[in-house]
Design a protein around this ligand. Structure first.
Ligand SMILES: Nc1ncnc2c1ncn2[C@@H]1O[C@H](COP(=O)(O)OP(=O)(O)OP(=O)(O)O)[C@@H](O)[C@H]1O
Ligand SMILES: [Mg+2]
Length: 134
């Protein structure tokens, strides 16, 4: 697998969440994802960016354009240095929230992504990686 392109978006405000959506849409189009796949990854990215901001205290999104053989894809890595998630299974459960949300974002982002991984060290931060291939 080759990383063709790589860029970052800082997530520090609600405006940055809007920028995340725009950037992810543009890069998804670049690798040739269809409208439905674009919308899925943009929606997942939006939820993850929100969590990065609201619970992670802000962080970074890295967007990579990938190629494997003739396949192209896009990979998103959200990282923050916030409090982390003590129980990931619980956090993924629909309806579980420690904020005022619906508790649907993380599980929703997972359902929308064929490739999804989450790693978190309590006290150190959280990293969520999703990818989508054409
Ligand atoms: N980056 C993060 N750092 C720390 N905790 C997180 C992070 N992302 C999610 N969580 C925890 O996981 C819980 C569930 O997240 P999820 O996105 O599913 O729901 P929500 O953000 O509370 O509500 P919704 O996304 O539906 O508005 C959050 O309430 C929070 O406790
Ligand atoms: Mg959320």
């Amino acid at each position: 697998m080759t990383v063709l392109t790589s860029s970052s978006v800082q997530i520090r405000s609600g405006d940055d969440v809007v920028r995340v959506r725009q950037e992810v849409r543009a890069r998804a189009i670049e690798v040739g994802l269809g409208l439905v796949d674009q919308t899925k990854i943009v929606t997942a990215a939006s939820e993850l960016a929100r969590n990065t901001l609201d619970y992670g205290g802000g962080g970074t999104l890295m967007i990579e354009g990938l190629q494997e053989g003739s396949r192209k894809g896009v990979r998103l890595t959200f990282e923050d240095q916030g409090p982390g998630i003590a129980d990931i299974e619980k956090a993924l459960t629909d309806g579980y929230t420690t904020g005022g949300g619906l508790g649907l974002g993380l599980g929703g982002a997972k359902s929308l992504s064929k490739e999804f991984s989450i790693a978190s060290n309590p006290g150190r931060g959280t990293r969520v990686v999703i990818a989508r291939w054409k």
